[in-house]
Write a protein that binds this ligand. Structure first.
Ligand code: COA
Length: 258
């Protein structure tokens, strides 16, 4: 189905593995198009409740956009590339189902941007994060300048953006860029164990939490109003009736996503 991605669906968790290990999983045009299609599938397929994005091989999550495709681009083509990439990563950020990055090695440039477009991140202890675009005479183009500041604060983000320095997994943990550091062996299991818990929750409530949290960073939205709308919307769901009734009846709720 995909040439540059491996996908599996198990226990309602869809795992997307970017599969170009010989190029450290660099994001070329085909990877970006296939990633976009895979995310569309996440939106459309009711069997998918949550998502893990990771990279193939033991060395790299994603070592950036494919630099070989930058050669000879015009100003207009550069802008179009960034616009397209931002659109795809925005679709990940706005996905109503949780998307977790399981960072198994280098997360550089577009790889760091992909990780920070996900809802949260878990990394293996060999992971490194960086925005080395200034080494190429470039800046991040897939949302990195914005999301890095949002996640780790302006001072730390600007130092990373301007110096191109890489940070290791423990520093990323200290910065709040990632939520956990585990061994590479434990990485996917850790991501799955968290998602299995989230998958037992009411899907509409999960989606409304994501939308409200995202609104914090969207100047065109008032997050408090988004929260009011989401809170109210939940009262119209079967799952809210089930959740509150189950609590009062001292039993486990069975959510249906309606
Ligand atoms: N785009 C295209 N190809 C890439 C790539 C990228 N972003 N990152 C790695 N590759 C390719 C290399 O060209 C090499 O291909 P080759 O075997 O055909 O020569 C292969 O992946 C392995 O990379 P290599 O550089 O040999 O591995 P390394 O262990 O010596 O170094 C890195 C690893 C990550 C430090 C180094 O590959 C690197 O700096 N990559 C670019 C990172 C970057 O600037 N990303 C931002 C892009 S906007």
């Amino acid at each position: 189905m995909y040439q540059t991605l491996l996908t599996t669906l198990e226990n309602n968790i869809y795992t997307i593995t970017i599969n170009r290990p010989d190029k450290l999983n660099a994001l070329n045009k085909m990877v970006m198009e296939e990633l976009s299609r895979a995310i569309d599938e996440v939106y459309e397929n009711d069997e998918i409740r949550s998502v893990i994005i990771t990279g193939a091989g033991a060395k790299s999550f994603v070592a950036g956009a494919d630099i070989s495709e930058f050669v000879g681009l015009t100003v207009g083509e550069g802008k179009a590339l960034a616009e397209k990439g931002q659109g795809i990563f925005m679709k990940i950020e706005e996905c109503p189902k949780p998307v977790v990055a399981a960072v198994n090695g280098f997360a550089l440039g577009g790889g760091c941007e992909l990780a920070i477009a996900c809802h949260f991140r878990i990394a293996s202890d060999n992971a490194t994060f960086g925005q080395p675009e200034v080494n190429l005479g470039l800046i991040p183009g897939y949302g990195g300048t914005q999301r890095l500041v949002q996640l780790i604060g302006k001072g730390r983000a600007i130092e990373m953006l301007l110096s191109a320095n890489m940070i290791d997994a423990n520093t990323a943990l200290q910065y709040g860029l990632i939520n956990y550091v585990v061994t590479q062996h434990e990485l996917l299991e850790k991501a799955k164990s968290i998602l299995l818990v989230i998958n037992t929750k009411a899907p509409i409530a999960v989606a409304e939490c994501i939308e409200a949290a995202n609104a914090v960073y969207n100047e065109s939205k008032n997050g408090f109003l988004v929260e009011i709308h989401g809170f109210g919307k939940c009262f119209g769901t079967e799952d809210m009736k089930e959740g509150t009734t189950a609590f009062l009846e001292k039993r486990k709720a069975e959510f249906k996503g309606i």
